[in-house]
Design a protein around this ligand. Structure first.
Ligand code: ATP
Ligand code: MG
Length: 442
């Protein structure tokens, strides 16, 4: 049984065996949005009533855990449910930031250095994630989030401020990321992200994975790398959130850990799906998928497209290694405002990350190295003469803007320029291409 949370992120409800005999974890979706839409604005969306419990000294009661161990991190603040309720103005719809497989995320305001709620717009702005108490994996993933993210600090990781655990309530409190998720910017907003911002985000996210794999005291496999888990601060710095599926990486003697297959369709590495063998190279593959989404503006899996075009990697693979036609992959909404050298390089990196042989994929530090100069390259295709000649010519002889000349990208299954829209005689081509690809300068 499956439910969609957008076009790509199909999560599984319960546990199911896939055709290879492996367990797919499918997150239980519950909708706070649909229930909210039936109520008026004054309705309080309260996860569940709780009886507040306190230690003898008046501090919030320390959680007694079952089914997992909570490793305390002195950095984390422990919140009372009532304080988070007030901080988010009673979890009211206006405070809702988004909804994922485990619950709703609300905006709230707390004291700069404490846990008490403060007036909206003052103190520290936070995002409060409420976990659905009926979720099958909820508690385990809540725990993983605290145990991993609570102990990791890096500019490319979202900061976990603290958590709340009272009876069956499980909440997480994060630093607020004002620009939301990369998914929203790539696929939901009307204004396309500029090229340099896309590359900045790719570099930031790559640094996050490189830190987890190669720099953290105990290396970590992230396992849920996708656009909705890449959050953006005011300057579009990318930060990874959601460590619910994270796993300790195997020590150097071992190449992988064997585990149940969990994650999101379209992003998981083929060897992991087939064998359950998980390694840091599985994250590298997922990075390749996201990089491809950034380049193409297309979702990893898009069920609105015709069969055979729904899986981005499958569609893109033949173009990835074609050095002359890499530009066919690029998001037509960029309208040529991309660096030719940068796009060539990024496409190459995506191809390496998506190598079917996991050992042949690069390390994330190598990916960072390859991508880091890309945000500042300025050899824009739109100003190259060969790009101009790639533009389709209308019947009046005027070249139209946009498209990059590709037959690869269409939106929602509808080609951006159809033959009929150009009103051409039957059989004639609406496109006129330069013989080769636009040339990179220097
Ligand atoms: N720290 C944050 N600051 C701002 N917005 C956030 C923050 N954390 C989450 N959000 C918003 O809430 C949405 C839901 O996040 P959540 O992690 O619960 O679900 P998801 O990533 O969409 O799906 P999944 O359950 O698979 O992780 C995000 O897409 C984002 O828009
Ligand atoms: Mg998420």
């Amino acid at each position: 049984m499956m439910m969609a949370t957008g076009q790509d992120s199909v999560k599984v409800v319960g546990l199911e065996k896939n055709k290879n005999g492996f367990w797919l974890r499918i997150k239980l979706m519950f909708s706070c949005i649909s229930s909210r839409s039936k109520v008026d604005n004054s309705t309080v969306i309260e996860p569940k009533p709780v009886i507040e419990k306190r230690e003898e000294d008046g501090s919030p009661k320390k959680p007694l855990m079952s089914g997992g161990e909570l490793k305390y991190s002195s950095k984390l603040r422990i919140f009372m449910f009532n304080d988070l309720k007030l901080a988010t103005r009673n979890f009211r719809p206006e405070s809702l930031l988004g909804e994922g497989g485990f619950g709703c995320v609300f905006k709230g305001w707390i004291e700069e250095n404490g846990t008490a709620p403060v007036k909206p717009g003052t103190g520290l702005t936070v995002a409060v994630k409420t976990l659905n108490p009926d979720g099958l994996q909820g508690h385990k993933e809540w725990l993983a989030e605290i145990n991993f993210l609570g102990n990791l600090v890096h500019p490319s990781l979202v900061k976990l401020v603290g958590y709340c655990m009272e009876d069956d309530q499980r909440l997480l409190v994060y630093e607020f990321m004002p620009r939301g998720s990369l998914e929203n910017h790539l696929f939901r907003r009307t204004l396309p992200l500029p090229w340099s911002v896309r590359m900045k985000i790719a570099v930031g996210a790559a640094k996050g994975l490189a830190f987890l794999h190669e720099e953290a005291e105990k290396p970590v496999i992230y396992r849920d790398f996708k656009t909705s888990n890449i959050l953006l601060d005011a300057e579009y710095n990318a930060k990874l959130s959601d460590f619910g599926l994270a796993k300790d990486a195997p020590d150097e003697k071992k190449s992988h850990v064997s585990t149940r297959v969990m994650g999101t369709y379209g992003y998981a590495a083929p060897e992991y799906v087939m064998t359950g063998h998980l390694s840091t190279k599985s994250d590298v593959y997922s990075f390749g998928v996201v990089l491809l989404e950034i380049l193409t503006g297309r979702r990893a899996v898009d069920k609105t497209r015709p069969n055979g075009e729904q899986n981005l990697v499958e569609c893109a693979r033949p173009h990835l290694l074609d050095k002359k036609r890499f530009y066919r992959l690029l998001d037509p909404r960029l309208e040529g405002h991309y660096s030719i050298k940068g796009a060539q390089k990024a496409t190459q990196v995506a191809a390496q990350c998506l190598n079917r042989d996991c050992k042949a994929r690069p390390k994330m530090s190598e990916v960072v190295e390859a991508l880091k100069a890309l945000p500042s390259l300025k050899d824009f295709a739109s100003s190259s003469s060969s790009f101009q000649t790639m533009q389709p010519v209308g019947k009046n002889g005027v070249r139209t803007q946009g498209g990059g000349g590709g037959g690869f990208v269409s939106r929602n299954g509808v080609p951006l320029r159809s033959l009929s829209s150009l009103n051409l005689p039957q059989g004639s081509s609406p496109y006129r291409y330069a013989r080769g690809s636009p040339k990179a300068k220097g």
